[in-house]
Design a binder for this molecule. Structure first.
Ligand code: B12
Ligand code: SF4
Length: 365
């Protein structure tokens, strides 16, 4: 057991944890203090004040905790941040899928097993290892608690904040998840990046800002959630605003455009982890196939998948929008007609919108 006042022991422990994290499948690990720093604090509060979080009220509700991990998990002195790469090696070509309006584009992160489940188990093992070594208090999180994950990861040296707001790593791009352990162990923290390092390596590139289909990136490092396809297709519960529907194209769950275009993602190493490989052929499905899923089929086929978050009605809503954007075809019109009397008013409204587009009639949504 590490003695509470022995810094030498903690240095060794930090190295042990890094090695252990690698064995558990994490690509890298960084340690920061529990202070997110003034620039993250300021930017986060400004984002909330401008209402850029749309109706994700939970972002506002727990804002104090997000800025103070010790309030979230008492005694927290350090945040251990880990990165796990997820770009599925076996998935069909992304750009080709996105360019085919009859096929559904599902975000790469959502093709396989829910990352919360994948990371949680491994982080818990790392936390147990720490507990055995120090006997202290440790708690693992991955997008499961109000914690400014990118801020702590950035401060521990895991990457820089790109103009698309993603954390980007020089050798790995941005196709990765983050997870954390809040600990009371006074581990040596990694050097905080200098202000020059924090500017990152985006330089004059603005590919992500220009490619964003809905104009959600209103400037470098500024994302307006209510326009982001990821928000609209995953988090948003109601009707999708009419002006944005056409812009969503065939993206039925999440959006990857601002990562797909990022030059740093040329260096991303695809993940061979079985957990992240596509299930049920979700990387290549036709829109009408997915639209035909019954509620029972949706539940069965999204078991353990992040897609569950959209809910069955959200899933039908998103697919109806994509079908409305597909080229006019009798098979699509027939599929939409099957659902035009759906009991959900929200689904019906999107189906009628899509039908009107398919039939070339006035949109009466
Ligand atoms: C809310 C949320 C969303 C929202 C809002 C996104 C957003 N940009 O905030 C929506 C639903 C749109 C979303 C979408 C996606 N998300 Co999300 N999301 C989150 C969540 C829960 C909170 C993010 C947050 O705090 N936003 C608040 C705003 C203010 O953050 P921000 O714009 O990034 O600004 C912060 C920093 O970037 C910094 N900052 C801003 N500008 C600058 C400039 C400089 C120079 C510096 C130093 C700092 C700085 O200050 C702010 C405060 O820290 C996190 C998990 C978590 N608990 O942290 C996952 C998380 C950020 N999401 C993730 C992912 C994978 C996605 C998607 C790729 C999913 C998809 N394919 O559809 C997209 C990507 C969209 C995008 N370009 O960000 C990953 C990101 C991993 C990575 N490599 O960065 C996270 C970390 C989840 C995880 N555990 O892995 N997400
Ligand atoms: S995820 Fe898509 S919609 Fe959201 S900011 Fe990136 S490119 Fe724009």
């Amino acid at each position: 057991m590490v003695k509470s006042d022995n810094l030498h022991d903690y240095r060794h422990l930090a190295e042990d944890i890094r090695a252990r994290a690698r064995q558990l499948g994490f690509a890298s690990l960084g340690i920061s203090t529990s202070d997110p720093g003034s620039s993250h604090r300021r930017r986060f509060l400004r984002w909330l004040a401008r209402g850029h979080h749309a109706d994700m009220d939970w972002m506002e509700r727990h804002s104090r905790l997000r800025l103070d991990p010790a309030a979230l998990w008492p005694g927290t002195l350090r945040i251990i941040s880990v990165r796990m790469d997820y770009l599925p090696a076996e998935a069909a070509d992304m750009a080709a899928n996105l360019a085919d309006p009859r096929r559904a584009y599902i975000s790469r992160y959502a093709l396989g097993r829910d990352y919360h489940k994948v990371l949680r188990g491994r982080l818990a093992q790392l936390a147990r290892y720490l507990a055995t070594a120090t006997g202290g208090r440790h708690r693992a999180f991955t997008d499961s608690a109000p914690l400014l994950e990118r801020a702590f990861a950035e401060r521990s040296g895991l990457g820089w904040i790109g103009k698309n707001t993603m954390l980007i790593h020089r050798e790995a791009g941005s196709w990765f998840f983050l997870g954390e352990i809040c600990t009371d162990a006074p581990l040596p923290s990694d050097p905080t990046p200098s202000s020059q390092e924090r500017q990152g390596h985006c330089g004059s590139c603005r590919a992500c800002l220009d490619i964003c289909p809905t104009g959600a990136l209103i400037g470098a490092h500024q994302l307006v959630a209510e326009r982001c396809v990821s928000y609209l297709t995953i988090e948003h519960r109601g009707s999708i605003p009419l002006p944005l529907r056409e812009l969503i194209g065939n993206r039925v769950f999440g959006c990857d455009d601002c990562q797909l275009i990022c030059p740093w993602n040329r260096y991303a190493r695809p993940s061979t982890s079985a957990d992240f490989q596509p299930r049920h052929g979700l990387d290549r499905r036709q829109l009408i196939e997915l639209f035909a899923w019954s509620k029972v089929e949706f539940k069965q086929r999204t078991e353990g998948s992040p897609i569950r978050r959209a809910g069955y009605l959200g899933w039908l809503r998103n697919l109806a929008v994509a079908l409305g954007n597909a080229p006019a075809e009798p098979a699509i019109i027939a599929a939409l007609r099957q659902r035009q009397h759906h009991p959900s008013a929200m689904v019906r409204e999107h189906v009628l919108w899509a039908l009107a587009r398919q039939l070339g009639t006035a949109v009466s949504a």
